[in-house]
Design a protein around this ligand. Sequence first.
Ligand SMILES: Nc1ncnc2c1ncn2[C@@H]1O[C@H](COP(=O)(O)OP(=O)(O)OP(=O)(O)O)[C@@H](O)[C@H]1O
Ligand SMILES: [Mg+2]
Length: 456
Amino acid sequence: MSESNTAGTILLVDPDPKVAQSILSFLESRHYSVLWVDDGEKAYNQLDERPFDVLITELSAHRIDGMRLMAVARDRNPEICVILIAEQPDVERAVEAMRCGAYDFQTKPLNLGKLEAVIQRGISQQRLVLEKHELERRLDERYGLGSLIGKSRQMIKIYESVRQIAPSRATVLIQGETGTGKDLVAQAIHNNSPRKMEPFVKLNCANLPEALVESELFGHVAGAFTGAIQSRKGRFELADKGTLFLDEIGELSPGLQSKLLRVLEHQQFERLGDSKTITVDVRLIAATNRPLERMVQEGTFRSDLFYRLNVVTIDMPPLRHRKEDIPLLAQHFLKEACAQNGKHIEGITRGAMDLLIRYNWPGNVRELKNIIEGMVVRAHGRQALDAHDVPDHVRQSIQPEAGEIRIPTGVTMAEVERIVIEETMRICGYNKEACAKTLGIGLRTLYRKLKEYDIR
Ligand SMILES: Nc1ncnc2c1ncn2[C@@H]1O[C@H](COP(=O)(O)OP(=O)(O)OP(=O)(O)O)[C@@H](O)[C@H]1O
Ligand SMILES: [Mg+2]
């Protein structure tokens, strides 16, 4: 079997040399490289030795169990195209096999032309799937880390930091405004670390009474306080050998700050109401949207704890400082929201995207996600989301840009008018009142001209 310039590699499993020979010579004449074996055992050995694009096997014959062979083959190569050869009475089982992942089945006597057509289709589909996987992998490599999306210089730097610090057990402090992706980064650090198979445990320190945070962190024994009926493990114990993510660490009370410091220094603590010391191996990641350094200066956050926490710091950039990520994120959230709401929306028009890019995004990526979701839910039909779908509060908060309108020479007056109206609309954030006012024309005139020039 020569594999250079082949149309595909095929493993043929058939106990009958005459049948096998006819299939083999036909397929070889069509430039497939075919390897023939006459029983299941030999087939398993071949599957272990090299990859095949296609497996053609008897569904059940002497020393051949097609279903089992298929399972093994798919285990070695999930995309392998399996074609089963069945006797007429076996058709029901063959259909069942297709449910289990076979690509097709053929009944005897075989029509070789038909068999080849199926192989061709199977292989080209397989290539598409492989290309898609490869594309996704490459996109992931280029534009993201795990579920983090963004290709701006700032985000690339974040990916680099995550990859760099993930392997160590250094404590990490993630700082950034709300909605910038601190949770996602914490998860990405864990997922890229040697601890990835161990637990990732999270606790949000905000909005909980001090006593509760304490028992959540360190656990308690029965009777430690009113209501503590059973003893319970805390997050530190649950995260043993893994990662503990403490969100909104700036909200931690002074008492808990000093307890946390002790755990960080000695990896030891006691459950509430217990004197037994517990030792754990936990990597800590903390996040805050409050500026800890300022809190240290103001005396509301312990400086020794701060220095313990910020062994490595990651500063998440606000979305308004990396506007080039907005289109990528918006397209991603659009797809996600369409899938969740069973809608098919073509995309986002230039006008709408322009508004999204110019908005200030105080709630960062979370706000963008929510706004796109809202736009999708309200949209009718499949038409692309356009400037009118952008919520009013977004449009109204966009400052008109001071802009210049460039008009090429050699255009008609009507064309000049169209360019001026289109650009003024853009500059005014697609706010028609503001646009009409800027142009010094009535609102109704503007409506008429927008319609005339098909500006949306
Ligand atoms: N770079 C990104 N790519 C894709 N989705 C993102 C990105 N950043 C944030 N998100 C999404 O935005 C939302 C908010 O992200 P996340 O919860 O990580 O923010 P946060 O910084 O922890 O916010 P908070 O300070 O309010 O806790 C999530 O739904 C998250 O999936
Ligand atoms: Mg968060």
